[in-house]
Design a protein around this ligand. Structure first.
Ligand code: NAD
Length: 294
């Protein structure tokens, strides 16, 4: 089976490496040639356009930042819709707006090309380990065809419903992650301001009801003052924006999401858009003058 892989950033690069390690022939493309060259050294074939990478694939995987990039790569002037073979499958693993997944899927279907939306959760460490959580939307029979392939990149692969359902699930995931990081920032600012050692507070509560995967992954970074991404504030703003828009389309409000969104926007305006989303702790530091960093 041949794979076209487009988008070799923090996530796409290790995900593609895992496919190569499983013996799959991967044709890769990224506008950043250095990323593609790194994959070439791992055994991939480096292509000079998205169309070229997609033309080789029985399956084409995208791992791009957001909806505009996915639309451009698939439907744009040099879009892969014109180089993918009928009967081939596009798996978009980027986190994008569910409505855009459906729009792209309709255009591909008219050309006899199948599509799944399959965003991931778990971040770079789980992308490297091949233990991502993958949430999938699209036709169930197409999902069954590619499930084994997805399990080369993830340890949990769950079918969520029709096309767009993967991304709607991911939006729910991103709301929970953002609010959890904000809650950790707020709670540990209180503990530090009250004279406690944040490390001891972490040890005391991590095993109880407040403990979470987010706390385990992000709190040590916050306490160490390590804001290297990981997952950039700018990308989380993108996800919360997609969540708010989707919520308004389906007629619900997201008051807590809106609040955390504004905190992230202020950090971005302060030049921190490329920091890890755990840098949300700096919002509280700026307001209170209390740093939870050791
Ligand atoms: P990234 O910015 O590191 O990587 C995106 C890659 O896409 C870059 O290498 C960029 O050069 C490439 N690219 C952009 N436009 C392109 C185009 N037109 N043609 C070809 N390549 C193009 O982002 P990332 O952190 O790898 O995230 C990718 C997706 O995965 C995003 O939707 C993000 O929300 C999601 N995600 C990220 C994480 C994380 O922890 N980083 C976790 C889960 C999901």
């Amino acid at each position: 089976m041949k794979i076209g892989f487009i988008g070799l950033g923090i996530m796409g690069k290790p995900m593609c490496k895992n496919l190569i390690r499983k013996g799959l022939a991967c044709h890769v493309y990224d506008i950043n040639d250095n990323a593609a060259m790194e994959l070439e050294r791992e055994g991939a074939v480096r292509e000079n356009s998205a169309q070229a990478a997609a033309s080789h694939g029985d399956i084409v995987i995208l791992m791009l930042p957001n909806s505009p990039q996915v639309k451009q790569v698939v439907l744009g002037e040099a879009g892969i819709i014109n180089s993918m073979r009928p009967g081939s499958i596009l798996i978009d693993m980027s986190s994008i707006a569910p409505g855009v997944s459906q729009e792209v899927g309709r255009a591909l279907e008219a050309k006899g090309i199948e599509m799944l939306d399959a965003p991931v959760s778990g971040g770079e460490p789980k992308a490297i380990d091949g233990t991502l959580s993958i949430m999938v939307g699209g036709k169930k029979e197409i999902f069954e065809q590619v499930k084994e392939l997805l399990l080369f990149m993830g340890s949990s692969v769950v079918y969520c419903g029709a096309l767009g359902a993967g991304n709607t699930t991911k939006l729910a995931n991103q709301i929970i992650v953002a609010l959890n990081i904000a809650a950790c920032s707020e709670a540990f600012t209180l503990a530090k301001a009250a004279g406690l050692d944040p490390e001891l507070v972490f040890q005391a509560i991590r095993g109880g009801l407040a403990g979470s995967t987010v706390m385990e992954s992000k709190l040590p970074m916050m306490l160490a003052g390590n804001d290297k991404p990981g997952f950039k504030i700018g990308l989380h703003i993108k996800d919360l924006n997609n969540a708010l828009e989707t919520a308004h389309e389906v007629g619900v409000g997201l008051p807590l999401t809106a609040q955390v969104m504004e905190m992230l926007q202020l950090l971005k305006a302060d030049g921190l858009g490329d920091k890890d989303h755990s840098a949300l702790a700096y919002y509280y530091q700026k307001l209170s003058g209390v740093s939870i960093t050791r």
